[in-house]
Design a protein around this ligand. Structure first.
Ligand SMILES: [Zn+2]
Ligand SMILES: [Zn+2]
Length: 356
């Protein structure tokens, strides 16, 4: 894939974001006017609900099955589709915390998984990598089923195998120090497990464009703001010992350009800081475009009030129009955004498709 040297991002005509995994569920609250969204209770009932006969007195359109609603889980997985001249490209951004939640939610959403050309992992943390192997198996299975359909001039065969874009610096384990000792996370999938599950591993530490320059994946995110310092007491286990690892330097983001709007930044957990990510997205694209939207985890759930306040003020100063905040953002940050930037907040809920 081409290494990034200057802004080559294709201006996308449309962008849709399906939250396969996110922390929260709320299928009732309407989307704010700054975006279009589907996947709420009424959409599910009328779209996928079961038909009902006259035995209930007639006039019943559909029965909604509660099994069709997605479940929230601590993690993130977004299926992102951009189109340019009616040609779509789909990327899976992270895979949530567990195989079971990813598989169950993807099945409930009847996601067209065969369209996924590339899986991007934002960083090596289990709440983003835990569903990776099941996701790859499900994508491979969907592509095999699709490829076996009768040939048609409209049938564009999906690329196989699926590229899995990963930072090369995978720790054996990650963890953190507590007063009672070290807490370890579960191991992330290994490179060989990912290959065995049907993924084609592509290791990248530097910024690079993917999928015909529909998307740009960053390299390491420079830490330039005073308050965004990574995970306090963070550790990694390597070569038989635990060592300090507060920066989570393997974290990357994805950015794309939506025509007539500007940049849309996807950030997994913002250990580098959501403002640092925003500033780097602007730099990587030569400061040629405004930052229109930020999607993902802002990592402010446990932030000190002063840091939370300064972060929201910085986002306000950047004049970001749409803040699709989910995962580790936390309710206090969302409340502050809604107060300081009325009309910009779109809380990210699992099962919802947001269109920009
Ligand atoms: Zn993380
Ligand atoms: Zn996270």
């Amino acid at each position: 894939m081409p290494q990034h040297s200057t802004t080559m991002l294709v201006p996308l005509d449309t962008l849709s974001i399906l939250a396969i995994v996110d922390n929260e569920t709320d299928p009732m609250s309407p989307a704010p006017p700054c975006v279009k969204a589907t996947g709420r209770l009424g959409d599910i009932a009328l779209g996928k609900g079961r038909p009902v006969g006259d035995e209930r007195g007639g006039g019943v359109v559909k029965e909604v099955a509660m099994e069709q609603l997605c479940c929230g889980a601590h993690g993130l997985s977004l299926m992102i589709t951009g189109t340019c001249n009616n040609i779509p490209q789909t990327l899976l951004f992270d895979t949530g915390p567990t195989d079971s939640i990813w598989t169950a939610n993807a099945a409930r959403l009847a996601s067209p998984l065969h369209n996924i050309s590339l899986v991007h992992l934002s960083h090596w943390h289990r709440d983003h990598s835990g569903g990776m192997l099941s996701a790859l198996h499900a994508i491979a299975s969907a592509k095999a089923s699709y490829s076996s359909l009768p040939a048609s001039i409209d049938l564009v065969q999906p690329p196989t195998p699926t590229i899995v874009d990963l930072h090369p610096s995978r720790p054996s384990y990650r963890g953190f120090t507590t007063p009672l000792g070290i807490v370890s996370l579960e191991a992330d999938p290994t490179f060989s497990e990912i290959e065995d599950a049907g993924g084609k591993v592509d290791k990248n530490a530097e910024a690079h464009e993917v999928l015909d320059s529909y998307f740009l994946i960053s390299g390491e995110i420079p830490r330039v703001t005073p308050g965004e310092n990574g995970i306090r007491a963070g550790l990694r286990f390597e070569n038989g010992e635990w060592v300090s690892d507060e920066l989570i330097a393997d974290e990357r983001f994805v950015v794309c350009h939506v025509k007539d709007k500007g940049l849309v930044l996807f950030t997994g957990c913002s250990h580098a800081g959501v403002v640092n990510a925003a500033l780097h997205a602007l730099t990587l694209t030569s400061n040629a475009l405004p930052l229109y939207a930020i999607v993902g985890g802002y990592h402010l759930a446990d932030a000190e009030p002063a840091h939370l306040h300064s972060t929201v003020q910085a986002l306000k100063a950047l004049d970001v129009k749409v803040l699709i905040a989910g995962h580790c953002t936390g309710w206090r940050a969302k409340f502050e955004i809604e107060k300081e930037m009325p009309g910009c907040l779109v809380p990210s809920f699992v099962g919802i498709t947001t269109m920009l």
